[in-house]
Design a protein around this ligand. Structure first.
Ligand code: NAP
Ligand code: 3JN
Length: 339
């Protein structure tokens, strides 16, 4: 590794960007300098890193001279515009948006699943959607053991996936209700407090949402297998942190629940919590603030010959975004592809 390792965080004032700074710090990432970037609105603000307050600079085309690694979480449009400038300056971009995920030239990586896809990057690497990340961590060992034919997933997604404004909206709505005030509805199409919205991101012509399409397409690309059929229903629930997923899996070869439990408990990045007789199963509250993907409720699907049902929970801002991006950077370092 070179003696210098300069890291920029684009979107450093946002929910994901702040978690990225925290994750770099917690994992002792060997950055010699960290540069927080955001919009012109944030110039003059600071963000915390290693006990200091770092000043935020405006993200510009020339922000990446002398920068080795840029972690982007400033929205798809921003990534589309600025990631190529960063790559052209010789910086490796790990992008959290959907802007580059399905580009055939761009690796889409979950370290527990397809770290080898990093070998052929061309300067931009994509971090998958949070709901996809936690699902593929659980699917990969099952696919390796029994070959997955089809996945049916329903998600229960926390408001933090939408960013800080949605965290504030749920908090504000609950307070308004308990104080008999008018309930502000600004972020989602309907009230989220004490409600569930089967609507994440925009609707597409065939009735799916873009979030559902992301899960369906990204899963095939990460698993490197176009034959896996995936259908998704993504739902926003009034939870602050932690996405939960009910995942139904049809396999080519029969796996018993005991075999699946054994395989999953030995897989990287997974903690199995599956003791229903003691009310033990993962919940959003279990995962919030934690690194692993938690799996429970592992059972054989009574309606299929070779089917499993599992329940998968992870912190959407950590493993679903910041942690996965930093793990990618760590592998680049191990492979001597960075610095
Ligand atoms: P957020 O809390 O709203 O933060 C947005 C960040 O982007 C802020 O730092 C903001 O800076 C910055 N930004 C916005 N427009 C910009 C511009 N034109 N130039 C420079 N910076 C700009 O949102 P978040 O939850 O952190 O999410 C940010 C992005 O990360 C999302 O849009 C999405 O693409 C990605 N994301 C990915 C996942 C995943 O599934 N892997 C999950 C969540 C989010 P200011 O404070 O200056 O406005
Ligand atoms: O809603 C969630 O729980 C996850 C949201 C992710 C997100 C939010 C805004 C824009 C994304 C993403 O990562 O897919 C994007 C995007 O399309 O970049």
């Amino acid at each position: 590794m070179a003696s210098e390792l300069v890291v920029a965080v684009a979107g450093a004032t946002g929910a994901v960007g702040r978690e990225m700074l925290k994750t770099l710090e917690m994992r002792n990432f060997p950055a010699t300098k960290v540069i927080p970037l955001a919009s012109s609105r944030s110039v003059g603000k600071t963000v915390p890193y290693k006990g200091q307050e770092l000043p935020v600079s405006e993200l510009k085309e020339d922000s990446f001279q002398g920068v080795h690694l840029a972690l982007f979480s400033a929205g798809g449009g921003t990534s589309k515009t600025f990631a190529p400038h960063a790559a052209k300056a010789g910086c490796i971009v790990v992008d959290n948006s959907s802007a580059w995920r399905m580009d055939p030239e761009v690796p889409l990586v979950v370290p527990e699943v397809n770290p080898d896809h990093l070998d052929n990057h061309k300067g931009i690497i994509a971090n998958p959607n949070c709901s996809t990340i936690q699902m593929v961590v659980a699917l990969k060992p099952i696919h390796d053991a029994a070959r997955i034919k089809r996945v049916v997933v329903s998600t229960y997604q926390a408001v933090s996936g939408t960013g800080q404004k949605a965290i504030d909206e749920l908090d504000g709505q609950v307070r308004a209700m308990y104080n008999n005030r008018d309930i502000p509805v600004n972020v989602y199409a309907h009230r989220i407090a004490f409600n569930c919205l089967p609507h994440i991101d925009r609707f597409l012509d065939d009735g799916y949402t873009f979030e559902e399409e992301k899960m369906m397409l990204e899963t095939k690309k990460i698993m490197g297998d176009d034959s896996i059929r995936v259908t998704a229903t993504t739902v926003r629930v009034p939870v602050f942190y932690g996405h939960s997923e009910a995942v139904n899996i049809e396999t080519e070869r029969k796996l018993t629940a005991a075999e699946a439990r054994d395989i999953l408990s030995k897989a990287p990045g997974i903690v199995v919590m599956d003791d229903p007789s003691n009310n033990e199963y993962p919940m959003a509250l279990t995962a919030a603030g934690q690194d692993p993907v938690f799996v429970g409720r592992i059972r054989e699907d009574r309606s299929l010959e070779n089917g499993l049902d599992i329940w998968v929970v992870a912190d959407n801002i950590r493993k679903g975004a910041a942690l996965n991006a930093v793990q990618i950077a760590e592998i680049l370092l191990q492979k001597k592809l960075l610095g």
